[in-house]
Design a protein around this ligand. Structure first.
Ligand code: ADP
Ligand code: MG
Length: 368
């Protein structure tokens, strides 16, 4: 006689389509009953994408039919209606974060294309445009936001045991890099990544306080630029690819949109298509593509297109999604990243600074 636990362990062989995590660890399973010779399972998905539901149902039924003594299998996969806010598995509801108006994910198919660089510059640019901004680093294995934002202070803990994020340049920042000791590698697996991301979303004082330690090791000092109440935008820097962090984030909160960063060459664009497909799969609106490292300007003003040109724009047109702009290669961008001084803060009038500010303006308009 099979037990509910037997069924659950069998279902662990079923991966969420396109991801490395299984459907059980995501809490999709709502009900299991084991009538004589049969199995009946009810699952709840966050996405209204019928293809994901079809595949999960098919894979689950195939796995369950191989269990001994099973004659009849029925898997029901519930989904929210298209366009509705989704209801995820483990969580009662896909909660919005109190006090946070908009959540934007910054993603790329592959590493090293300048996704974190775009995240910090867009966060600071939105702040300069008058918005209240937070920046969450979801790159658990390779957090680079603390360095790029010049934030080294640890978060403090509020009286109600919430994490108070440090800030710099008027932007609140949270990252695993602020919690772990330097150079300590993170060797967590999927479920822990998912838990951490949920805590970063819901156990961090994004909206409240207004008190935050500033950068350069000084704690207890007020960053006057930081918002005391509420956030207009929470930007989320995702790790490259389409793994656990991406899916955890999409499952945990309703994202208002995704920005995709690429470089112009085909090698980068190929994986960008996967990033686009991921957002589509989980029903996150794609706000557009940013082409980074578009060109380099020599000291005598000549434009050199190191990685080719226009790939981002062409891909945007092909996929029928907006092209947000191109950002040139500029040594100061890299230097600014290494010393915690984003180009939009240090040199807003440089073509790269201007490009970021313009992209931020477009995003703000799109999201109201
Ligand atoms: N437009 C640019 N010009 C010069 N250096 C850049 C530019 N964009 C990114 N970089 C540098 O390239 C490296 C990788 O960028 P990063 O933002 O960390 O990429 P990702 O987050 O996609 O892995 C960093 O050292 C960064 O400073
Ligand atoms: Mg990065």
């Amino acid at each position: 006689m099979l037990t509910q636990d037997d069924i659950k362990s069998a279902l662990k062989a079923v991966k969420y389509p396109g991801y490395s995590r299984d459907i059980v660890s995501f809490g999709l399973i709502k009900e299991i009953s084991v009538p004589q010779g049969g199995i009946s399972v009810v699952m709840q998905l966050t996405t209204s994408n019928p293809e994901a539901a079809r595949q999960i149902k098919e894979d689950s039924e195939r796995v369950l039919k191989t269990l001994p003594g099973v004659k009849l299998v029925n898997v029901e996969v519930k989904q929210p209606a298209a366009g509705q806010t989704a209801t995820p598995g483990a969580m009662a509801n896909k909660n919005s974060i109190p006090g946070v108006k908009r959540i934007i994910a910054v993603a790329s198919g592959k590493g090293g294309v300048g996704k974190s660089t775009c995240s910090v510059n867009l966060a600071c640019a939105l702040k300069q445009l008058g918005a209240r901004v937070g920046l969450l680093d979801c790159d658990i294995y390779g957090p680079s936001i603390p360095l790029m934002m010049g934030v080294h202070a640890r978060p403090t803990v509020s009286e109600d045991e919430r994490l108070v994020p440090p800030s710099n340049h008027g932007v609140k920042v949270m990252s695993i890099g602020l919690l772990l000791d330097d150079d300590q590698p993170v060797i967590w697996r999927g479920p822990m990544i998912s838990k951490t991301i949920q805590q970063f979303l819901f156990a961090v004082e994004w909206a409240g306080g207004g008190y935050a330690p500033v950068a350069s090791g000084k704690t207890g000092q007020r960053d006057e630029g930081v918002a005391a109440t509420g956030l207009d935008f929470l930007l989320v820097d995702l790790p490259p690819g389409t793994g656990d962090a991406q899916l955890s984030l999409c499952q945990a909160v309703p994202l208002d949109g995704g920005v995709i960063v690429t470089t112009p060459q085909e090698a980068s664009l190929g994986v960008v298509r996967k990033g686009i497909a991921m957002f589509k799969k989980v029903n996150v609106p794609i706000l557009g593509i940013v082409e980074n490292m578009s060109y380099f300007t020599t000291p005598n003003g000549e434009r050199v297109e190191i990685f080719g040109h226009g790939g981002g724009q062409a891909e945007a047109a092909r996929q029928d999604i907006p092209f947000l702009g191109e950002v040139p290669i500029f040594t100061e961008i890299r230097e600014g990243g290494d010393r915690g001084m984003p180009i939009v803060v240090s040199t807003p009038n440089h073509p790269a600074g201007k490009a970021f500010i313009q992209i931020a303006e477009t995003l703000r308009k799109k999201l109201g």
